[in-house]
Design a protein around this ligand. Structure first.
Ligand code: ADP
Length: 481
């Protein structure tokens, strides 16, 4: 069982207090590296979620000026920073990523609250310079209503931060449903939030089964906006559930990120950056490269440089300071990766790094060795779907037009990366790529200061940046005659 000063209460948090459900069902949280049971979190369901929504509606009966919201946001950022290592440890224990990445996630999460605090003035009302039809016109950015926040397991603190910082900035109360694999990070965060002094009901946390909780968040009339990060399949379900109620949605869904290496690129730099991008959280992030396209002239050389680096990566328990890659979240994730590799090998790819690992006996201990495949083609499963694992698959290409077509040849459009020494080409290619985030000679992911989100079936809505602050606002125009 996990011990932490931030986990004195292991429960949901509703209407300003910890709530134990009368239900006997519980969400079992395990360390994915060892299978150790970290906690049994009592489940709440539809009734408690409804209570949380109503508490949020009551909290929004008051309005909170920008200075109050700024103070909350800064206090939250301070609280996360002061507990960065402990939050990082909890993230590693329940998610599996190496400790350094856990602490890094906490610092990244704090950045969203800080950024929102520093840019709240963007939400000040504006007055139009023109007098139109004898009226003075002003524009207000009002809170949309209670927000439903549904978060995934790969960044249990950062994905929450992206949503909750913007909801608080806008003045929206919220009800958060964390992923069942990683609720402890959220619970630990709520123990900090409990000290901040938000009004009761302003931010509730409900841990329990997805379907009944999701249904309340999608159907309750007081919830006016739902922000979700997760799979495209669940995103489509939320679209259907909210459609009859015409709710605002913000969806960050799956990706299939291409990384293109042209013949004039700095291959050492591109290989280093690919490794950092690809193996973060063992390849389980939505901005991890899923397809590498290397120009014919340098493809073998580039594959060799990547292979040298991948061969040195150490897989193990994230709590061990020597670990570069932790386990996959569970055996379902492992099976998908194994199937993608099997499929690619069957269709003619060659594995130049990595061995066939044994299937884990249980849901945990899903360690997959970092693997490099060459001779990968667009018909393979690993090119068509997001693998979410530590596999680099290298394609070859000859022309710029061909690689743009191939990179765009996916229903997804979240992140893409281009490596070239030719600035004109970089611009041209980036303009043709239908992806919301394009790295040029970098494979860095999103930052609190920049709006991040997808095109096509990767979703809509933005998190981070000024655009992110408006996700939980509605525009109201006052015309004064
Ligand atoms: P993954 O496949 O990566 O686990 P999911 O899309 O299944 O991604 O999960 C992302 C989040 O969505 C999690 O918090 C999960 O519990 C939640 N979720 C899954 N199904 C539903 C649903 N029907 N309604 C609401 N939330 C859901």
């Amino acid at each position: 069982m996990i011990e932490s000063p931030l986990l004195k209460n292991i429960d949901s948090y509703i209407d300003g207090g910890w709530v134990s459900s009368p239900n006997t069902a519980a969400t079992t949280v395990r360390n994915p590296a060892t299978g150790e049971v970290l906690a049994e979190v009592p489940d709440v369901g539809a009734d408690e979620t409804t209570a949380a929504v109503l508490a949020g509606e009551r909290a929004m009966g008051q309005t909170f000026d920008l200075d109050t919201r700024r103070r909350w946001l800064n206090d939250i950022a301070d609280a996360i920073e002061s507990q960065q290592d402990e939050l990082g440890r909890i993230i590693t224990l329940e998610q599996g990523k190496p400790l350094k990445q856990g602490a890094g996630e906490a610092s990244y999460a704090a950045g969203f609250y800080r950024y929102a605090a520093e840019h709240l003035d963007e939400l000040e009302p504006e007055t139009l310079p023109e007098t139109v039809r004898d009226c003075r016109w002003s524009i207000r950015h009002t809170p949309t209503g209670v927000a439903g926040l549904i978060t995934p397991w790969n960044f249990p603190l950062a994905m929450l931060a992206k949503k909750l910082s913007a909801a608080i900035a806008a003045g929206c109360a919220s009800v958060t449903k964390p992923a069942p694999d990683t609720p402890l990070t959220a619970i630990a965060f709520w123990s900090l939030l409990d000290e901040i002094g938000l009004p009761a009901g302003m931010a509730s946390l409900v841990v329990g089964p997805a379907e009944p909780i999701g249904r309340v968040l999608c159907e309750h009339p007081a919830v006016r906006v739902v922000s979700f990060t997760g799979s495209t399949g669940v995103g489509k379900k939320l679209l259907e559930l909210t459609a009859p109620h015409v709710k605002k949605l913000s969806l960050e869904l799956g990706g299939n990120a291409p990384l293109i290496v042209f013949e004039d690129a700095d291959l050492e730099d591109a290989a280093d950056k690919l490794i950092t991008n690809k193996f973060r959280a063992s390849g389980q992030t939505c901005v991890c490269t899923n397809r590498v396209f290397a120009h014919e002239a340098i493809a073998d050389d580039f594959a060799q440089r990547v292979a040298e680096r991948v061969g040195k990566l150490r897989v193990g328990d994230g709590m061990d300071e020597h670990t570069d890659l932790g386990p996959l979240i569970n055996r379902v994730g492992f099976d998908k990766v194994a199937e993608h590799v099997r499929d690619a090998l069957g269709l003619g790819a060659t594995r130049i790094v990595g061995d066939e690992p044994p299937r884990p006996a249980e849901a945990w201990g899903a360690f997959y060795p970092p693997t490099v495949l060459v001779g990968v083609t667009t018909d393979m499963q690993m090119s068509r779907e997001e693998t979410f694992g530590p596999i680099v698959g290298i394609h070859r290409f000859e022309t710029e037009a061909e690689v743009i077509d191939a990179a765009n040849g996916t229903p997804y459009g979240l992140a893409a990366y281009v490596f070239t020494a030719d600035a004109d080409r970089a611009d041209r290619v980036a303009t043709s790529l239908r992806f919301g985030h394009v790295g040029i000679n970098t494979a860095t992911g999103p930052a609190p200061q920049a709006p991040f989100g997808g095109m096509k079936q990767s979703g809509f809505g933005r998190e981070g940046g000024i655009e992110g602050l408006f996700e939980f606002c509605e525009t109201q125009v006052l015309a004064r005659g």
